[in-house]
Design a protein around this ligand. Structure first.
Ligand code: GLN
Length: 287
């Protein structure tokens, strides 16, 4: 950068306008993103940005910010650029090897917590754990629970293990393609946020999801391939009276419910997320 030294305020204003235009965001959201990127680029917090908004920045500082900004303008998700995303009030490290934790999934966590008594060593399984956000949250909220988490991706498991270490959660991580490495094991509660988007869904070509692992997002022609195989396989891994809870797409509750009923689950029902969308379905394996 040449000429007069830029200030944080000037750079952030210009960046917000460009982010809003390039990504079709509201100005307010774009400003927030610009601040998050600046805080990462300069390793400072929000208070610093306010207090030092009119200080001149060095060329190196300006360049560090521009580097992150260009990646964001090209569509890379903020969570990958800063390497972290908050879930259920805790920071989780993320990389393009794992799906970025979503607020929708906090519903699955709430439903699971309601089924794990605080003082019992309930055995819980998280299928396709990714960043580990579900398993780790359950383990931290219910320290007596015995939480196992599987993923078929070694890279994802490395991140999940790191998150458990940083957050101090006791989770048994296992490399497994769904139930493959769990022969003979059964659980009181099985939860999962499997891929559930239809392979040809145009949603996959837009926004953040373009940068996320496709294997964590798409699942066959109708998006139901994995949900179908999980509902079929889960019963061999549930204790009598055990519960299965699966997150799914906005229009898949009926399909998942009928799968669960066909497979012999009882008390099958669905629950709505904060947006009023039926987002999780589940049932009990008979006693
Ligand atoms: N809810 C995510 C989305 O729509 C999809 C996550 C998933 O497939 N499990 O982007």
């Amino acid at each position: 950068m040449s000429g007069e030294a830029a200030t944080a305020t000037v750079l952030l204003d210009e960046a917000s306008t460009r982010i809003a235009a390039a990504l079709g965001l509201e100005k307010r959201e774009a400003r927030l993103e610009a601040r998050v990127l600046a805080a990462q680029a300069w390793q400072v917090d929000r208070a610093w940005l306010i207090a030092h908004g009119s200080d001149p920045l060095s060329d190196a500082q300006a360049a560090q910010f521009q580097a992150l900004l260009s990646r964001r303008l090209a569509g890379e998700p903020v969570a990958y650029l800063i390497g972290t995303r908050e879930f259920y009030g805790r920071p989780f490290q993320v990389s393009p090897d794992v799906l970025i934790p979503r607020p929708d999934t906090e519903l699955l966590v709430e439903l699971a917590l309601a089924r794990i008594p605080p003082d019992q060593a309930v055995e819980v399984l998280d299928l396709g754990t990714g960043s580990g956000c579900i398993a780790i949250t359950l383990a931290l909220e219910r320290p007596h629970a015995q939480v196992t988490a599987v993923d078929r991706s070694a890279a994802a498991l490395a991140i999940a293990r790191r998150n458990a270490g940083i957050l101090g959660a006791r989770v048994d991580f296992l490399r497994s393609d769904w139930f493959n490495a769990l022969i003979g094991r059964s659980f009181d509660l099985i939860v999962g946020n499997p891929p559930y988007i239809a392979a040809a869904d145009p949603h996959l070509a837009n926004g953040d999801v373009r940068f996320e692992p496709l294997t964590a997002l798409a699942s066959g022609v109708d998006g139901l391939d994995d949900l179908r195989s999980l509902t079929a396989a889960a019963r061999a891994h549930l204790k009598p009276g055990g519960v299965l809870l699966l997150e799914h797409g906005y229009d898949q509750a009926d399909a998942v419910q009928s799968q669960l009923r066909q497979r012999g689950f009882r008390n099958v029902r669905s629950w709505a997320d904060l947006a009023g969308i039926l987002r999780v379905s589940g049932g009990e394996w008979p006693e």
